[in-house]
Design a protein around this ligand. Structure first.
Ligand SMILES: Nc1ncnc2c1ncn2[C@@H]1O[C@H](COP(=O)(O)OP(=O)(O)O)[C@@H](O)[C@H]1O
Ligand SMILES: [Mg+2]
Length: 159
């Protein structure tokens, strides 16, 4: 496991973090987001969309399985795996076809880990007990991940 931790002290910093992260992504990249309700998964995705000038279009995937966004020739797919009955339902909606068509951000992706490619970026967000606006973002990848440069560059860019 290779991981980096980044602290966000408020909503604005999380938007900036998502935006900086997104600037390093390419078509075919897969990001899994976990963290309790209200931890900032959707805020982070809003930051990602901001990088593409799409922040005003964010809708929470709470009532849909997939929200799709397109800017120029880049597609962004925002999934909520929590809405899925099981992995079969993911196949039924043609889920794995999205992986190569754009950037996929999957809230609660570990619920469908059997359908995910082995290599993806897992972002786990933790709240802080003593400060209601503080979040600890933990970015995790495998040691042999193709995303090592993305995480190193992110760390560099935020310094
Ligand atoms: N540092 C922070 N990062 C992200 N969100 C924060 C932060 N501090 C406070 N918040 C608030 O917490 C809430 C996070 O909500 P949301 O992104 O919808 O969470 P989730 O999708 O994980 O349920 C928002 O109301 C946001 O303004
Ligand atoms: Mg959410």
């Amino acid at each position: 496991m290779y991981k980096i931790e980044i602290i966000s002290n408020d909503t604005e910093q999380t938007l900036k973090l998502g935006c900086a992260f997104a600037s390093l992504l390419n078509k075919g990249d897969i990001i899994v987001l976990t963290g309790e309700l209200g931890s900032g998964k959707t805020k982070f995705v809003e930051g990602v969309l901001k990088n593409f000038g799409l922040e005003d279009e964010i809708s929470s995937p709470t009532f849909t399985i997939i929200n799709e966004y397109t800017k120029n020739d880049i597609n962004i797919y925002h999934f909520d795996a929590y809405r899925l009955e099981d992995s079969d339902e993911f196949y039924a909606i043609g889920g794995e076809e999205y992986f190569e068509k754009g950037i996929c951000l999957i809230e609660w992706g570990e619920l469908i880990s059997d359908v995910l490619p082995k290599d993806y970026i897992h972002i786990n967000i933790n709240k802080d007990e003593t400060n209601e606006n503080k979040r600890i973002f933990c970015f995790e990848i495998n040691d042999d991940s193709k995303y090592i440069d993305v995480l190193n560059k992110l760390k560099e860019d935020l310094n």
